[in-house]
Ligand binder design. Structure first.
Ligand code: PEP
Length: 257
């Protein structure tokens, strides 16, 4: 089985302007000096707003800071008359490695359904970006269908047309756990992440399932990260609120199983 390098990803959402971003990334880097991300045993990624990407890219490059860069969204189009949209071609030129697709906030506030999510996954792959495909059930879904039915369905739809050798990341983010302070239990996260890995096996094959990282997201903090990372099918975390606090995010990255 190919080892899966744990990924700790910070989704800044609409926080930190490009000046605040510089201060934040520098401070995080200093705080993490000699931490395990320096030797590649954990991958750290930050997902700033679009307007920060160029500044953060320049800083990472100039100071040789080993964080990967990702965007929070992508257009389904390459270029043209799509006011307000940002193309995967542009993101790739700014050295973005990742792009978050299908975050519950986009599904809810921008009415992004399974079809748009699948088209965005294709757009990311076309431009050499790794889609971080977010799936998860709402509190209502949980009550009606249990934890796994909705995320499993969302992932099947998102993987439509994806090739077996595609480089993707999947993030299980129960909507009720996002920003609520109430994380899923490690057992709940393991159960759904294992089922999502089965979907990857079914759609893309066993090799893809063995090498693809499945993250948990939803109220992850320093105090609970290790309990998630001890689960065999949880390969990292997508972190919102706690990724904006330098000491907290650094402590998450330094988790000890
Ligand atoms: C998120 O929005 O991806 C997230 C996991 O947020 P939080 O960590 O704040 O729950």
């Amino acid at each position: 089985v190919t080892p899966r390098t744990p990924l700790i990803a910070g989704n800044w959402k609409m926080n930190l302007d490009h000046l605040q971003a510089v201060a934040f990334v520098q401070k995080l880097h200093w705080t993490l000096k000699d931490a395990k991300h320096e030797d590649g045993s954990v991958e750290v990624a930050v997902f700033p707003p679009f307007t920060d990407l160029r500044t953060v890219q320049t800083l990472l490059d100039a100071d040789k800071i080993p964080f990967a860069l990702g965007a929070q969204d992508i257009s389904t189009h390459d270029s043209g008359a799509y006011t307000g949209e940002v193309s995967g071609a542009f993101l790739a030129k700014l050295d973005n490695r990742y792009v978050i697709i299908g975050h519950s906030e986009r599904r809810e506030y921008h009415h992004e359904g399974d079809e748009i999510v699948a088209a965005k996954v294709q757009a990311a792959l076309k431009h050499g970006l790794v889609p971080v495909i977010c799936v998860g059930e709402s509190a209502d879904d949980l009550e009606k269908f249990g934890a796994s039915a909705v995320p499993v369905g969302q992932l099947k739809a998102a993987l439509e047309g994806v090739k077996a050798d595609a480089d993707i990341v999947v993030a299980y983010e129960p909507v009720w756990a996002i920003g609520s302070g109430q994380a899923a239990t490690p057992e709940q996260a393991q159960d759904v992440c294992a089922k999502l890995r089965d979907v990857i096996a079914e759609k893309l094959g066993e090799d893809a399932a063995a090498r693809t990282r499945v993250l948990y997201g939803g109220s992850v903090k320093a105090a609970n990260i290790a309990s998630f990372m001890r689960e065999p099918d949880v390969d990292g975390a997508l972190v919102g609120g706690a990724s904006l606090v330098v000491d907290e995010f650094a402590a998450i990255i330094r988790y000890q199983k």
